[in-house]
Design a protein around this ligand. Structure first.
Ligand code: ZN
Ligand code: ZN
Ligand code: ZN
Length: 386
């Protein structure tokens, strides 16, 4: 089980981000309740995970079978049901002073403690990752209630980042960029992918990350599989190597990809890299408020298709990022959500030639009032490593 990252820590001597204040959480909870009402929900039910961290700053040290659930209902004070033994921890969360706590003791029925906070025929948006046993417990206790997942019901809940969140995402991106600069200096040829992946993980930690979520090292033919992580393959002279890595710094995510070449890449890799670079740039330049998410995907795809590689770009062009490294909004065909200043997401076109090599370039970007800003700024020129 991955522990949620520490969230509301203070500014330290290295000028790390200021902590979120209780008013930040109060505002988020108000907005969630209002949005729920506007979408016809009776409220929002949030169990431990990124949504609870977002709304209250509370991340239980261990997520167990004991029910913890935040109930946000329009016109009623935010209330969180917690196990009695965890109440002292919950009280320490920054957002806790804006929340009424209701505790339940081992042996009691936690769903009976939750029921008075719900309406018997209510329709609720509930955390995607709420345990089935908890949802079943609520349904058993209140058979007239209905539920949809929070991501289906309110996908944009965490999508628009406030300035403090943007600061954290910016420093996470800078940390990932610094890790990339340093990985260029390590030996690639004659080492296994997993060894370079371990170097990348160490560099992310060195550059402020508390958690490493993925370190993709896809060399040669492995680069043509976008889901390849890192394996035993020995990296060889002439390989193109896809490096896709990220994790959490101060609770917020990084995710960047560069494709490097071990020695001279040859004409074809250079050509494909240039096409992917142009696709990434075109999509970036298209970002501005009001543009539909699917348009960002289309712009990148058009460049790759016109260059003759459309069949080899086999995934959506991007995903949102924040407290997690994959979240709405998704830059994908069919997503008509319009971009709003403060949204943060990846632009990561790629070309994958089965059995041969792959190229991907990925930056996190944020929507500004008049365009976009990159949170990754390492060079897009293909770097040659040893
Ligand atoms: Zn990535
Ligand atoms: Zn990504
Ligand atoms: Zn990804």
């Amino acid at each position: 089980m991955t522990r949620p990252p520490p969230y509301d820590r203070g500014v330290d001597k290295d000028n790390r981000p200021v902590p979120f204040a209780v008013d930040d959480f109060r505002r988020r909870m108000d907005r969630a309740a209002t949005e729920a009402a506007s979408k016809g929900f009776s409220g929002v039910l949030v169990t431990p995970g990124p949504d609870l961290v977002y709304l209250t700053g509370y991340a239980p040290t261990a997520v167990t079978e004991r029910l913890t659930i935040l109930v946000l209902a329009p016109g009623r004070p935010p209330t969180m049901v917690v196990p009695k033994l965890e109440r002292p921890d919950a009280e320490k969360a920054t957002g806790a002073s804006a929340v009424t706590l209701v505790d339940w003791l081992d042996g009691a029925d936690p769903y009976a403690s939750t029921a008075p906070l719900l309406s018997a025929d209510g329709r609720y948006a509930i955390s995607d990752a709420a345990w089935a046993m908890h949802l079943l417990g609520l349904q058993r206790t209140l058979p007239g209630t209905t539920y949809v997942s929070l991501t289906d019901g309110m996908p944009m809940l965490r999508a628009v980042k406030d300035p403090h969140e943007l600061d954290r995402l910016t420093s996470a991106g800078a940390g990932a960029d610094a890790a990339f600069e340093e990985i260029l200096g390590v030996r690639f040829a004659g080492r296994r992918e997993i060894e370079v992946a371990a170097d990348l993980a160490a560099l992310l930690r060195k550059h402020g990350h508390s958690q490493v979520d993925f370190t993709v090292v896809g060399s040669g033919p492995n680069g043509a599989n976008p889901h390849h992580e890192a394996g035993d393959r020995m990296i060889q002279q002439g390989d193109a190597v896809v490096l896709d890595f990220g994790g959490l710094r101060d609770g917020y995510g990084s995710d960047t990809t560069r494709t490097v070449s071990v020695g001279d890449p040859g004409a074809e890799v250079r050509e494909v890299h240039e096409i992917v670079r142009r696709a990434q740039q075109a999509a970036f330049e298209d970002v501005q408020p009001g543009v539909e998410c699917q348009e960002i995907d289309r712009v990148a795809r058009r460049v790759i298709t016109e260059a003759g590689y459309g069949d080899y770009f086999i995934h959506r062009v991007g995903h949102g990022i924040g407290l997690t490294t994959h979240e709405p909004p998704y830059m994908v065909e069919g997503e008509t959500q319009r971009l709003v200043p403060g949204m943060c997401f990846s632009i990561e076109p790629g070309v994958y030639l089965p059995g041969r090599f792959g190229v991907r370039i990925e930056d996190i970007v944020t929507v500004t009032p008049d365009g976009a800003r990159r949170l990754n700024n390492s060079t897009h020129e293909m770097q040659v490593v040893a």
